[in-house]
Design a protein around this ligand. Sequence first.
Ligand code: UDP
Length: 332
Amino acid sequence: MSACLVKTPVLVIGGAGYIGSHAAFLLKQAGYPVVIYDNLSTGHIQAVQALELPLELGDIRDAARLGAVLDEHKIGAVMHFAALALVGESTHFPARYFDVNVGGTATLARAMCARGIAPLVFSSTCAVYGAPEHLPVTEANAKSPESPYGHSKWMAEQVLESCAAQGLRAARLRYFNAAGAHPEGLLGESHSPETHLIPLVLQAVLGQRPPLQVFGRDYPTPDGTCIRDYIHVMDLARAHLAALEHLLAGGSGGAWNLGTGQGTSVLEIIQAVERVTGQPVPRKDAPRRAGDPARIWAHPAAAQSALGWTPEWTDLDATVESAWRWAQSPKY
Ligand code: UDP
């Protein structure tokens, strides 16, 4: 894209959260006027302040507020990250998950269609596949989500696909396991409660929580622990930018996996943390966690051919190192 073209304002919904804030950083760096829309239920005002971007407080289910913000800022494209995203919690409060993740996405789609705003980059998840029958996972794998969270994201994808009939063009990006932090420590991962493996391992090393529980040592994997595909958050952010520019150039919507293509076990993560920190990880074996598939990793080739995106953070230790820098001095 030519540097002299005027870039359209982009609304980043959920831009105060982990992945959304990193995407907002890259959008701003690429010269897009960026507005963050967030209800701060799980996002961090400090992330928005670090980015020095305008914040519009609001909920995605609030059609009037959303419409007013789209109009006021003359928004031409949207990235939508706002969601409830805890698998375990979703099994206890499924209705809440469908309300926010499906209802909120439908409200957004309606507001965009009413205004003729076509390009939308949407946060989806590998949880839409459930426990995959075929590895690595391609976009054609069966969709058999095993939690209300995974169901809600799959339903939201279908809402967006249907809205193509009204002109919406949505890139549905299915993340595998987001990991790492902004390399200079500007932004990072901070969830409450924290449930994700890498921050939990690092916080155990720092003595900020009890020893890590390794959930299951008897999986049908080489070392008996679960295998995941850990994709750096800056690579996810780059994929969002690539998807946005694909749509702005008139490209059609679609669904794309975002992973490294490499599977890494829980024990391999622990070993990487020990290499990076130079300290032993306090840990103990624990029973399997309900709903965890034994093995899942991506086949990321479709995102490469359609969006020209390939992961750059392919060294696990570098990913862990960026998370370690953040864990030692988190800004929020
Ligand atoms: N895990 C673990 N102990 C923990 C948290 C996670 O052994 O305290 C394992 C979990 O069972 C899974 C992997 O780490 O196999 C990644 O879990 P995470 O919650 O980070 O991501 P998920 O794959 O569930 O989205």
